[in-house]
Design a protein. Sequence first.
Length: 514
Amino acid sequence: MSLKRNILDLRKRKEEVLQGGGEKAIEKQVKMGKLTARERVRAILDEDSFHEYDLFVEHVARDFNMEGKVLHGDGVITGTGTIYGRPVCIFAQDFTVAGGSLGLMHARKITKIMDHALKMRVPLIGINDSGGARIQEGVNSLAGYGEIFYRNTMASGVIPQISVILGPCAGGAVYSPALTDFVFVVENISKMFITGPSVIKTVLGEEISMEELGGARVHAETTGNAHFYAMSEMECFDQIKKLLTYIPWNNSKKAEAFPPQEPSGEFKIEDIVPSDPKLPYDIRHIIQSITDGSEFFEVMENFAPNIVIGFGRMDGNTVGFVANQPKVLAGVLDCDSSDKAARFIRYCDAFNIPIVTLEDLPGYLPGVDQEHAGVIRHGAKILYAYSEATVPKITVIIRKAYGGGYIAMNSRHMRADFVFAWPTAEIAVMGPEGAANIVFRKEIMEAEDPEAMRQQKIQEYKEKFANPYVAAAKGYIDEVIEPEQTRNMLLHALAVSENKEDRGPAKKHGVPPF
Ligand code: HXC
């Protein structure tokens, strides 16, 4: 065959494969409000930067009428491209081909691009739109998922792994994302479950819609499986690109530095916290009053909102913020907020991102529900994560720092590098009311006017302990600062910590309370 005919033959073959699951299946995809797999990849990557590999891979199944069946690309698209000029590896499951289900060769395409991403130390983006293990391929599909899960785990903490859920994802198609760093979902389009409604109907006889079982909102608000929630696929892709501006390309690098900016001036730090310590405020305004350009990119905004986590920049460099939110449940720590913060702390630590902790909480949430849900085990995760982290760790105590909350929120005793406190800080074993009721119970009961005595004892306790000076006298905090000084103190502390080196004892790995 002449070169020209060879080229024509190649083009014809490519054209066929690029049809995916064919016109009808694509029509169905579009009707569901979904982009096709290749459209998605192109929308995320820089224009014309996508290079697709393994286009001609074919499935090898023989059972259940699979012999001779054509599944273009075996239902997944893999390749490399760039985002803001920097290389990434990417795969996108093609639901138009056998529901994006994962057979042996489909899995091999994914594991090949995963290996590439790990070797090249670049982020991996996985777009999941799949009915899970391909039923006709039996154990080969399960083996494929096992190989993916193993690689997700090996790449964890080395390269950023981003999962996008853009369709009904079942079984293995949700466990791989669960092992990755950030999961993105889109209203009406994303569904995640281990067993779908049909299995539930068969096994339990219960009817439930896919949306109720595992829609985008369920995972963004209730389960905490999703980190980012968008109203459309395009909004979701913008979120992914924005996230990538805040994080480094791998664990040996720092996040890219941006030109430093002053905060916008929209939020005046001295006006945010009400003078009545019982009144709530939005901790995000404090963050925005100190970050460059007052920008804050919140992570898991809708899950466990009693703690706020996310990225901002200070002097052009990425900082991870962990902050109690007095607006929700007074900012207490509970099972979910501990899980949320602990994982974020570990992410920042793995990827060289300094952590700034803003503290205002009355402690761990009391109650039978929390105790039985395992608040001891979950709450321990945040202690573990802060203690273990060796990136620069700086704390600002704004108001309440009571009991276990004081210790947990990156106290000096968890090896914070710098701890600052506002003069409004109250550092004590518990709130003055609770403390007075317990410690002075006898005096209060026996007093002529028990209520007056109670108030007197509360006041006494407040004066003695509910301030930052007892902790400052012991060196547990480094400096009591005025609110307006917060940004400058943090900038200085971050600059001083730039070359921080800290190592724990040699070990294979710890055993965190997962
Ligand atoms: C083979 C599959 C498939 C699968 C979907 N398809 N899932 N083929 N194996 N797992 C095929 C369908 O047969 C159909 O083919 C096409 O994909 C589109 O699927 P529909 O059912 O028409 O689409 P929809 O109504 O949108 O429903 C999507 C769905 C549903 C919710 C994902 O297909 C479903 O429940 N699939 C099975 C989910 C599941 O239980 N998977 C196994 C998980 S176990 P045609 O030819 O008709 O177009 C697993 C093991 C790993 O993953 C566990 C790890 C721990």
